[in-house]
Design a protein around this ligand. Structure first.
Ligand SMILES: O=P(O)(O)OC[C@H]1O[C@H](OP(=O)(O)OP(=O)(O)O)[C@H](O)[C@@H]1O
Length: 191
């Protein structure tokens, strides 16, 4: 399995994507995502072929790694990038929930799926450029903000490509007083 951090600078190479856009405390990804690779196949199976367990499998793996690092000791809550309820019904699950809840378990902290919500069902972003992706910022809402006030949040997603999805979500979360944001993804796209 092509692990991300073994072959690249790891944390800094992800944080650089967000440099000058949003403040990110830490950022990590478990795997390197390339076209025609085993990782692409696994992500496709997770998203489109009902293989939900892939998510928790990688969450337990990354969670164990993060629990051994000092950098992640002050994370308070884990929040997933949300999907719209219509898409959740079609897919059967949020493909990043298992990943996030296993990381939370490994760090002995809470996983909250009821804080950041997607209120409109936008088309898949795979073929969108950065500007188009930014439009989706208007489709996010925060509920139960008391659960994240004054907290260091680990926001989790399946894949980081341009970083626009995480950026949009982080911008909403950072509106709540005294929040800090770190990112974790199953895979990072290498171009
Ligand atoms: O870093 P970025 O450039 O934002 O790309 C990454 C995002 O794109 C994909 O979502 P997409 O909206 O395509 O998901 P969908 O298939 O669930 O609609 C993927 O699941 C990430 O959430």
């Amino acid at each position: 399995m092509p692990l991300f951090q073994q072959q690249y600078a790891g944390e800094n190479s992800i944080k650089n994507i967000f440099y000058g856009r949003i403040p990110v405390v830490h950022a990590t990804a478990l795997l390197k995502f390339e076209k025609q690779s085993i990782v692409q196949e696994l992500m496709h199976n997770l998203k489109y072929r009902k293989q939900e367990d892939i998510s928790a499998f990688f969450g337990a793996w990354l969670g164990e790694k993060l629990s051994a690092l000092n950098d992640y000791k002050d994370i308070d809550v884990v929040i997933p990038v949300p999907i719209h309820k219509t898409k959740k019904r079609e897919r059967g699950y949020n493909q990043v929930s298992g990943f996030g809840s296993e990381i939370a378990k490994a760090l002995s902290i809470t996983f909250h799926e009821d804080v950041l919500l997607k209120t409109a069902n936008t088309k898949t972003q795979v073929f969108k450029g950065r500007l188009k992706r930014m439009e989706t910022a208007q489709t996010l809402t925060i509920k139960n903000s008391h659960l994240i006030k004054n907290k260091h949040i680990l926001l989790v997603d399946d894949i980081i490509t341009t970083g626009a999805t995480l950026e949009n979500c982080a911008l909403q979360l950072l509106k709540i007083p005294n929040t800090k944001i770190s990112f974790a993804a199953i895979a990072m796209t290498i171009s």
